[in-house]
Every structure is written in structure tokens, then in C-alpha cells.
Design a protein around this ligand. Structure first.
Ligand SMILES: Cc1cc2nc3c(=O)[nH]c(=O)nc-3n(C[C@H](O)[C@H](O)[C@H](O)COP(=O)(O)O)c2cc1C
Length: 396
């Protein structure tokens, strides 16, 4: 892996930290842009109380000087402002038993990591499990993704996402164009269709009133992706597989499709595959993009499109049945301040994970210790692609 990152931090600990390694030197980094992504992750209709307590901002403690990367590992820190209310509960130092008891969660929530984590670590203290299992961790991913996006931006790759479905309300039919995604942030649910946005917020209101939660799906679109990223030469080098893993690793994501992948099993070959045509103005190109920009695990120069399905979040105000792990008596599952629907936020995390995978694949293909070197390699490759496709311009 050329571009890699590791996150650490508990949900109510002092901070989340992420180290991103492998970025070339000379990449412009703007903290305000990363903060903007962090804000988008915190937003979306259906988020809970915590989002109002915290406004995430990133600190850069290594690897960037005077607004550009140095080529050394970049360290990002995002403080948990809520930690002030949890200092003894989350203290790294030994504490009196009340500190452990005060925020104890005893009744595992179906769908969360509580029971699986209790079995894994052989503990009945669910706090130790959920603090790291919590999707608060995705904050660190969005920050890391901000660095990958800065790299992609420098080579002309841009990424957007949008919500396709929340509960029963879904955007079916034709794909939403890149330009159609330009206004998505104005929708409270990050949906490109205004009428559906309203229907989605009403669906969330209904779920909230019933003490329930909702899932849905989102799509990530990347534009300007050069062809030839990823490889079919080995299973773990395929970019479709790498993207699927990255998106599936997002909390609550249960299915991932490349392009029109969810419909692929229902269509015949002639209805599914994207024909290859030529005209002198555009060169060799594809009138459709059901493949989502990937064939054989390799980018083909079209827009990259990936969809993900998000399950309804597990913490329910009207709890499901559970069991007290100590007494084995039936008990309603624990409730802790929670969101109702996180699909709009999950899309923002999806953008970050896509950026990190694309950044890695880009550096693997074109390499370079500096951005200048990388851009030189890209220019060389472009002239070869133009020849093959018979067009003066492509890939951006
Ligand atoms: C941005 C985001 C926010 C989330 N917030 C919550 C939440 O407030 N409450 C909750 O129960 N689950 C929430 N989840 C989902 C859980 O973190 C997730 O279901 C849990 O970690 C178990 O993992 P799994 O669903 O992938 O199996 C959130 C997920 C995402 C992507």
C-alpha cells in the first residue's frame, strides 16, 4: 500500500488521531477545507444531540509546513469536546469504581458491536467495546480523506456523493449527472431531488416519533479519474475489491456495488454493458457508464461510481429485546443519545474512503516523491492514452 493511514481514539476519549503516510511533498493542504468536510459529516437531517455539542476541527501536528505537505507522515488530531463530561469515565489512570459504573451499558444493543465485542474481549463492560466500535471513528477517516482529496484535487480528480434512499423513499431511475450533484449540500438529507428530500425528512420524522431508526443508500462519484488505476493481475490489486472493502468498512454499511451493480443480476448482457464508440471530437468513448468506471478491476477513464447500502442504526429510543449479561434476565437494549438516520453523513465518509483508495491507486500507478514528479508522470501517461483513444484530450 502506497498511501496508508491508521486511526486511534475512543468516542468519548480526549481526541481522535490519524497518521497518514505516503503523501508526496508539495501537496497544498487547507485546514478549512478539511473542517468543511468534518462539518458535513456531522450534519444531515436525523442526527442526534451530540452533533450539537461538538463542532469538529482538525489540528495538524506533523507533516505539513506553511500549507504544503513535507513528504513525511501527516498527523491529524480532532479533539472530542464532549470529553470534558467524561474525564473520569474515560481516564487512562485508575479511578474509583463509580467512574466505571456511572456510564456503564449493561444490555447489548442488537445490531451494534456490544455483544460480539463482549465475547471477543471476554468482558461484560460494554463501555470498553462501544467506545472504539462507535462511528465517531469515522471523523478521523474524513480528516484523513481530506488529505487524499488534496492530492486528488492537485491532479484534477474531484469527488461528490449523494443520498439515493432513506427508508422507503428512494431515487430510482436514471443516474444523477455530475452537475446534478452540485447542489446536494443544500438538501437537508444530501439528496439531489428536492421533492424527494422533503419526503425523506418526513420519513425520518416518522421514524423518530416511533422511537425507531432508518437506513438507506448513497452513491459516491469521482470525476477526472485517470484510466489504468488498479490491476487485474492479482485479486488484492483489483480496484473494485479495494473500494468495496473501504466502503464496507464504514460502520453500518452492509452492501456495496460498483456502478449499476445492484441491478446487474437482473439485466441481460446487451442491456448492461457499455458499448464502445468513436467519433473524432471525443475519440473512443462510452455512451453509458453502468460499469461505474471500472472494468477488470481497473479504471477505464469514465466517472467512478460506487453505491453503498446503510442499515438502520442499532440504538433505538424504543429498544429491542436484549438481556442483562450479568443476571441473564430479559431487559430492553441500552439507549444512549443517538442518531435516527446517518445516511447523509455516511455518504461523506464514503467520499473520504473513496479518496483514500483512489489516492493510493494513483500513487501506485504514477508514483513520485513530490507532486511535481507525479504530475510529470501523469502528463507522460496522458499522451499514451490519447494515442490509444484517438483524441487530443481525455481523463480530466
Ligand atoms: C456517521 C455514522 C454515525 C453513526 N451513528 C450511530 C449512532 O448514533 N447510534 C448507533 O447506534 N449507530 C450509529 N452508527 C452505526 C454504528 O456505528 C454501527 O451500526 C455499529 O458500529 C455496528 O457496526 P456494523 O453496523 O457495521 O455491523 C453510525 C454510523 C455512521 C456511519
Amino acid at each position: 500500500m502506497t498511501l496508508r493511514f491508521l486511526t486511534s481514539g475512543e468516542s468519548h476519549g480526549p481526541a481522535l488521531t490519524v497518521i497518514v503516510e505516503g503523501l508526496p511533498c508539495g501537496v497544498p493542504v487547507d485546514r478549512a477545507v478539511i473542517d468543511g468536510d468534518l462539518r458535513r459529516r456531522q450534519g444531515g437531517y436525523g442526527r442526534g444531540g451530540r452533533m450539537k455539542i461538538e463542532t469538529d476541527t482538525v489540528e495538524i501536528t506533523a507533516g505539513v509546513r506553511h500549507g504544503v505537505t513535507l513528504g513525511s507522515p501527516v498527523t491529524l488530531v480532532i479533539r472530542n469536546r464532549d470529553h470534558a463530561n467524561w474525564e473520569d469515565v474515560m481516564s487512562p489512570d485508575p479511578q474509583p469504581p463509580e467512574a466505571q459504573e456511572r456510564r456503564a451499558l449493561r444490555f447489548p444493543r442488537p445490531g451494534h458491536a456490544d455483544l460480539a465485542g463482549a465475547l471477543k474481549y471476554q468482558t461484560s463492560d460494554l463501555r470498553n467495546v462501544l467506545e472504539r466500535a462507535s462511528a465517531r471513528e469515522t471523523t478521523a477517516r474524513v480528516a484523513a480523506g481530506g488529505l487524499a482529496r488534496a492530492l486528488l484535487d492537485a491532479v484534477g480528480i474531484a469527488i461528490r456523493s449523494h443520498v439515493l434512499r432513506i427508508g422507503r423513499i428512494g431515487l430510482d431511475g436514471d443516474e444523477v449527472s455530475w452537475d446534478g450533484l452540485g447542489q446536494v449540500e443544500e438538501s437537508p438529507v444530501r439528496c439531489a431531488d428536492q421533492a424527494l428530500s422533503t419526503a425523506m425528512t418526513e420519513e425520518i420524522d416518522r421514524a423518530k416519533k416511533a422511537g425507531d431508526s432508518l437506513g438507506g443508500s448513497f452513491e459516491v462519484v469521482a470525476r477526472g479519474v485517470p484510466p489504468g488505476l488498479g490491476s487485474f493481475s492479482q485479486w488484492d490489486r483489483r480496484l473494485d475489491g479495494r473500494l468495496a472493502q473501504a466502503l464496507m468498512s464504514i460502520h453500518a454499511v452492509k452492501a456495496v456495488a460498483i456502478g449499476a451493480g445492484f441491478a446487474a443480476g437482473r439485466l441481460s448482457g446487451s442491456a448492461f454493458h457499455d458499448e464502445i464508440v468513436f467519433d473524432p471530437a471525443r475519440g473512443v468513448h462510452r455512451p453509458t457508464n453502468r460499469a461505474g468506471g471500472l472494468e477488470g478491476g481497473v479504471t477505464n477513464g469514465e466517472e467512478l461510481r460506487v453505491q453503498a447500502v446503510v442499515k438502520p442504526i442499532p440504538t433505538l429510543m424504543t429498544p429491542l429485546r436484549s438481556v442483562d449479561l450479568q443476571t441473564k434476565e430479559p431487559a430492553p437494549a441500552s439507549y444512549e443519545r443517538s442518531d435516527v438516520c446517518v445516511v447523509p453523513a455516511a455518504g461523506v465518509v464514503g467520499e473520504a474512503m473513496t479518496a483514500l483508495v483512489l489516492g493510493d491507486a494513483l500513487l501506485e500507478k504514477l508514483g513520485g516523491d513530490s507532486l511535481t514528479e507525479l504530475l510529470g508522470h501523469l502528463k507522460q501517461s496522458r499522451s499514451a492514452w490519447h494515442q490509444i483513444l484517438g483524441t487530443p484530450r481525455m481523463g480530466s
